[in-house]
Design a binder for this molecule. Structure first.
Ligand code: ADP
Ligand code: MG
Length: 453
């Protein structure tokens, strides 16, 4: 039975561009689950409500340059990537008050101790290169087809984040108002997940007749220039510069790439995200926002309460904390209870965090200066569920954990919010034994949501 289902899923995936390149650069179906993730409907509705609140928070944080400098300077002293971004942020005057956020807030679900109440806990907020909005829109249709004769089919949640994202881009291109306007997508040279990006670009063209130019940062350095403040690339005006790369030091292999980032920031292009917004998405800032008084500097008390109900403990390595009746530095307690914590550097893209014994070794080898570039996060004891995962034609039936991401689109002009919406979800299901959870990094499969009463 599973083999028939698998073949149907693969045929549908290949026919409908649910594809990616694998590490050998062969074209394969995107990793996908063959059973949707079941969720109580009130949890689902709660997550939708939270999205605009988090968007508002992140907008206010990104607008506070002094705050970003205050909390990232120490990390920048041992982390050249943060130092590079912070320098651009500090040295470049703000040339564009319009802002477009295309982000994704990721959660794991956990159970309130001793009750059946299901609680979403935030893993992280992605302000740069929030991926999979196109492929996940396709997967929803794949599951609708696959489970057409099953009760799951009726309860699948409609999901089309790519349409909300493309509409946000089109709206902002309209506001930029230039006859030669295009979308500039910043890409990696060898992108395995190219079809997720291409899908949105084609939709932008078909629905709104807005063309896209794809360039690496080094290509922008070579070909891009400023004219009357506009960023000119290949005889077009980059109304929007959408970073689907630039979140990892690997995307800045030379001084030229950094020069391009500076050029983009200096121009009047609407960058998604600008450097401040990228910095606001750093794990260090997530940790600082865990301090109640600091969170309340950016949102009102009611919003703060809703947001912090999704937080787990986030700590500086030297901070005094309590665990299992012991009070000590977070670092010492992480070495004592390795399974209770995750060690995170200021990186995105998956595969960068440390867990268990490896975390202990890294913590022990760090000098005091390096500690500022990391945070310790409490491990979320995520709910497990049976699942069937299909990767490159192979099926694995296992106990799984699912991470739900909510895509948000927010348009603003300075502090004024013009539009702020939840536009859909991402589910990534991984084997429960796996620590990390990214799809691109090869740990998880795309999935859909099916609501319980
Ligand atoms: P990245 O920016 O690399 O995506 P994340 O913070 O999202 O970093 O962590 C990567 C993965 O590690 C997540 O997708 C999740 O599966 C796992 N993870 C991260 N933080 C926690 C946590 N506090 N508890 C449990 N798992 C976590
Ligand atoms: Mg992540």
């Amino acid at each position: 039975m599973t083999s028939i289902l698998l073949q149907e899923a693969i045929d549908y995936a290949l026919t409908n561009s649910l594809i990616k390149f694998n590490t050998k650069f062969e074209l394969v179906h995107a990793p996908l689950a063959l059973a949707p993730y079941r969720l109580p409907s009130q949890v689902y509705e709660h997550l939708v409500v939270l999205t605009p609140l988090f968007n508002q928070l992140m907008l206010h944080v990104a607008l506070d340059g002094d705050f970003l400098t205050e909390h990232l300077t120490q990390a920048s002293q041992t982390d050249p990537f943060i130092a590079g971004l912070l320098a651009i942020h500090q040295e470049t005057p703000n040339t564009q008050s319009l802002q477009l956020m295309i982000n994704r807030n990721d959660y794991l679900l956990t159970q309130h101790f001793g009750t059946s109440e299901v609680l979403p806990k935030q893993v992280e907020f992605n302000t740069i290169s929030a991926s999979y909005p196109f492929l996940i829109s396709r997967l929803t249709r794949l599951h609708q087809f696959l489970f057409r004769n099953h009760e799951w089919g009726k309860r699948l949640v409609e999901n089309d984040p790519i349409s909300g994202i493309v509409a946000g881009i089109a709206e902002m291109v309209g506001r930029y108002d230039h006859p030669k306007a295009c979308l500039l997508t910043i890409v990696q040279l060898h992108e395995q997940n190219i079809f997720d990006q291409r899908g949105g670009e084609y939709q932008l063209w078909h629905q709104y007749q807005i063309p896209t130019i794809r360039m690496t940062l080094e290509e922008v350095a070579e070909e891009g220039f400023l004219r009357e403040g506009h960023l000119i690339v290949r005889d077009q005006v980059a109304a929007i510069t959408y970073f689907r790369a630039g979140y990892t030091p690997d995307d800045y292999p030379s001084a030229e790439a950094w020069k391009a980032r500076r050029l983009i920031e200096t121009s009047s292009t609407i960058d998604v995200p600008n450097t401040a917004m990228q910095l606001a998405g750093m794990k260090k800032i997530q940790q600082v926002l865990g301090v109640p008084e600091i969170l309340r500097r950016f949102v009102n008390a009611t919003t703060a309460e809703q947001i912090e109900a999704t937080f787990v403990g986030l700590h500086l390595l030297d901070e005094m904390v309590e665990n299992e009746g012991l009070t000590d530095s977070a670092m010492t307690l992480a070495c004592r209870f390795p399974s209770h914590y995750v060690l995170k550097p200021q990186r995105e893209g998956g595969g960068n965090n440390f867990y268990e014994q490896e975390m202990v070794e890294v913590l022990k080898s760090m000098d005091w200066k390096e500690r500022h570039a990391y945070i310790l996060m409490e491990r979320i004891p995520a709910l497990q569920h049976p699942t069937v995962l299909a990767t490159e034609g192979k099926v694995q039936t296992t106990s799984g954990v699912s991470e739900i991401g909510r895509f948000g689109v927010c348009l603003s002009d300075g502090k004024e919010i013009l539009m702020n919406q939840d536009v859909g979800y991402l589910v990534r299901t991984k084997a429960a034994a796996q620590n990390e959870g990214g799809v691109s990094a090869g740990y998880a499969c795309l999935n859909t949501l099916c609501l319980d009463e």
